[in-house]
Design a protein around this ligand. Structure first.
Ligand code: ADP
Ligand code: MG
Length: 231
């Protein structure tokens, strides 16, 4: 399904927030690598999807009532067998219901492959009333949330902007490989920023975008969580 179709369907259903599954679909079409996710409405469907994607699997709640999935027990990582997947399906439903109350809407779970660990970075887009779409880049976790160690540039980005964004955050040494850790492929990150810039420029109906996190490797990068809001 094309980007426009996914967005039109969401709008027709009165939704402005695309699910993680939909968001990843449109990102992939734009050439942005993600851990492709598929909806499973039953434990059996989840087991079948995990078998197809390969183990270890990750299950995440799909619900219009949930923004931060892990905060409500809605993310289960490292599931390495059909039994583990089936059990996690039930446990996620339970956890989310007890966090949100029994009438929380749960559409199912998003099944995907567990990506190998990398350096967690964040790429985001929000719209500034004055400047229009603005791209942000930072390191995942507390560096962004607590220390606000973030680089911003107005869309469209030039290659020079992407180069500077990656290098100007205080956490840049982490990307270069800290204390024997694998460094990130900076060129891949720059290209990813440019792709996201081109993507949001081509689709002005996108109001907000969050790739949080992207795992950065020494040979590539992949978005493991994605959220797109349309106008
Ligand atoms: P949320 O941000 O809604 O709480 P995420 O989808 O970001 O949920 O998942 C929480 C964390 O789980 C991520 O920050 C990441 O560290 C890890 N994670 C999520 N999906 C995957 C995946 N497919 N492979 C590996 N790790 C993942
Ligand atoms: Mg996330």
């Amino acid at each position: 399904m094309s980007i426009v179709d996914v967005i039109d369907r969401a709008k027709a259903e009165g939704r402005t927030v695309l699910t993680e599954i939909e968001s990843k679909q449109v990102l992939e079409e734009a050439g942005i690598p993600t851990t492709t996710a598929r909806l499973a409405k039953t434990a059996e469907e989840a087991v079948n999807a995990a078998k197809e994607f390969g183990y270890p699997a990750v299950l995440k709640v799909v619900s219009p009532d949930v923004t931060h999935k892990s905060d409500v027990g809605g993310v289960r990582l490292g599931l390495d067998s059909p039994e583990a997947v089936a059990a996690a399906f039930g446990e996620i439903a339970q956890a989310v219901k007890s966090a949100l109350g029994g009438d929380a809407r749960i559409d199912g779970v998003a099944v995907q492959k567990m990506a190998r660990p990398g350096i967690e970075v964040i790429i985001g887009m929000s719209k500034d009333p004055q400047f229009g779409p603005v791209l942000m880049f930072g390191l995942g976790g507390i560096l962004v949330e607590v220390l606000k160690d973030i680089a911003f540039r107005i869309v469209p980005l030039e290659p020079r902007d992407a180069r500077q964004m990656v290098r100007e955050i205080k956490g840049f040494p982490v990307l270069q490989g800290f204390r024997g850790q694998e460094p990130a492929d900076l060129e891949t990150l720059e290209k990813l920023l440019l792709k996201v810039s081109a993507f949001v420029e081509a689709h002005p109906e996108i109001e907000e975008l969050d790739l949080n996190p992207v795992f950065a490797y020494k040979d590539g990068a992949i978005a493991v969580d994605a959220r797109i809001v349309v106008g």
